[in-house]
Design a protein around this ligand. Structure first.
Ligand code: BES
Ligand code: MN
Ligand code: ZN
Length: 495
């Protein structure tokens, strides 16, 4: 979608969006539009019982005398309650309406008076951001044949009294949006297209933004002693990869903030094979890694003043004659041994080595890992909250704050000795899962044994990374959850 920031004017074609506040008059431009159309907007508002409530809207075919195709009147709610998050939702909502209408060009007139928390430029920039996120659709595998083609909004004109300021305000947001959309695209790609080595090619594209990239193949990982990660990869024809991305935007001597992602490009369960129903969704088991990649893109894109290292463990979990068996014992890079009770608890095995390698190699000031780790976190928190687990209260507080600000909330779940004990093994240092309830916690306890005391947070995004229903800011499927959260977390705490 092409986005232009221009002065407020009557568009020659396409849909036109105008606003009003709760119980308030039409904006100045909305009034002009109404007058040019002989009071059609007033009439539509009355018939539609429209009073400017937040998110309320009426759409009409533009009356004779106006060149636009459709007029959309949107309520912004109470002026003093309007914040960035709400503005984003409005952007998402209005684009949804025009997508449904099949309109290809949209102009938005943001000429509403200053609200308390948002100046007009910021309001318009946030509306634009929301529109961008909701507009995105994965189209790569649709041929151009007419019956498969979908129309979309190609151009968006954001009209304000201060186009320059609006564009400036949108510039860093645009980079964040690009990061979110990259994450969604990677997650949506099927397992036959994204597998560890092809994934590396996608990651390599970040070099253009100044991200430095290192890759460890199976041999290098063997040299490092990453028996836990390699055991998972053993059943697959695809060679596993560990990619490291560096963004150095801070002082040379400053220790990096580390982000670590689970990148299981397809999780069949391995020999502990999953059931048929829903197995196709397990292409999204690399979402944690995709958030790390999208985050690196966002941070590099907006030239964040911070040193960050992103580490992703990429493997495919498949059954085969060479696959790891339930009962096998592997030795992790940390030296600790693991009895593999269930080959479907593979994410924690991948992260065990990725986390150990990250703290050992980069000595980060803190480590945040993201993973679609357990079904149990979906049972507990649904798809509204990601579950967080941590050895550091301050980090949890900072993440909770950031999540609230961007609408990607987290909810803390406990770590305790009692749960830790449950993963002790009869014949090795630990086992990768237990038959007791509380698997989201046990998975986190398992990870904690590999963080070596570094301030750390584990974010289980099994429920939030993928949604079966569309929302204001994302079509159903991959959400990109986590990129905005961590971008805000970095911005507020490390820049
Ligand atoms: N990738 C899954 C977790 C998952 C499930 C993510 C559903 C997204 C949606 C993970 O590797 C897994 O298979 N976990 C098992 C563990 C169980 C066998 C103890 C689970 O949660 O069912
Ligand atoms: Mn699994
Ligand atoms: Zn998995």
């Amino acid at each position: 979608m092409k986005i232009d920031f221009i002065e407020v004017a009557f568009p020659k074609t396409g849909g036109l969006v105008v606003f009003s506040f709760d119980d308030g008059p039409f904006s100045g431009f909305a009034k002009q539009v109404d007058e040019a159309g002989n009071g059609q907007l007033t009439r539509a508002a009355k018939l539609g019982k429209y009073n400017g409530r937040f998110g309320q809207h009426v759409m009409v075919v533009a009356p004779v005398g106006i060149e636009a195709s459709y007029l959309l009147l949107v309520g912004l709610g109470k002026a003093n309650e309007l914040d960035a998050l709400k503005a984003r939702k409005i952007g998402g909502k209005l684009i949804t309406e025009f997508l449904a209408q099949g309109e290809t060009a949209v102009a938005i007139a943001v000429d509403v008076a200053q609200s308390s928390s948002l100046n007009a430029a910021n309001l318009a920039a946030n509306i634009t951001f929301g529109a961008c996120l909701r507009h995105h659709r994965f189209e790569k595998y649709r041929t151009g044949q007419r019956r498969y083609r979908k129309s979309t909004v190609d151009t968006l004109q954001v009209m304000t009294e201060m186009p320059l300021e609006t564009e400036q305000s949108f510039t860093p947001m645009r980079e964040v949006a690009m990061g979110v959309l990259l994450t969604r695209d990677l997650v949506t790609e099927p397992g036959n297209v994204i597998y560890p080595e092809s994934y590396i090619e996608q990651i390599d594209a970040l070099r253009d933004l100044g991200v430095e990239i290192e890759v460890l193949g199976a041999n290098e990982m063997r040299q490092q002693g990453m028996g836990a990660l390699l055991g998972v990869a053993q059943g697959s024809e695809r060679e596993p990869q560990l990619a490291v991305m560096h963004w150095r935007g801070g002082a040379a001597e400053e220790a990096p903030v580390a982000f670590v992602g689970k990148g299981v490009t397809f999780d069949s369960g391995g020999i502990s094979l999953k059931a048929v129903k829903g197995m196709e969704e397990m292409k999204y088991d690399m979402a944690g890694s995709a958030v790390v990649v999208g985050l690196m893109k966002a941070l590099a894109g907006r030239k964040a003043k911070v040193n960050v290292v992103g580490v992703v463990g990429l493997v495919e979990n498949m059954p085969s004659g060479r696959a790891q068996r339930p009962g096998d014992v592997v030795t992790s890079m940390s030296g600790q041994t693991i009895e593999v009770i269930n080959t479907d608890c593979e994410g924690r095995l991948v992260l065990a080595d990725a986390l150990w390698y990250t703290q050992h190699t980069y000595r980060p000031r803190c480590m945040i890992d993201l993973a679609t780790l357990t079904y149990a976190v979906i049972a507990a928190l649904g798809s509204e909250f990601a579950g967080v687990f941590s050895n550091d209260d301050g980090l949890v507080e900072a993440l909770t704050e950031a999540g609230g600000a961007v609408g990607e909330p987290v909810w803390r779940l406990p770590l305790t000795q009692r749960f830790d004990k449950l993963i002790d093994s009869e014949i090795a240092d630990m086992k990768n899962c237990s038959d007791r309830p509380g698997d989201a916690i046990m998975a986190a306890q398992f990870l904690q044994r590999f963080v070596n005391g570094v301030p750390w947070v584990h974010i289980d995004i099994a429920g939030t990374a993928w949604k079966r229903e569309s929302s204001n800011l994302a079509r159903k499927g991959a959400t990109g959850y986590g990129v905005q959260l961590l971008n805000q977390f970095v911005l507020d705490n490390f820049e």
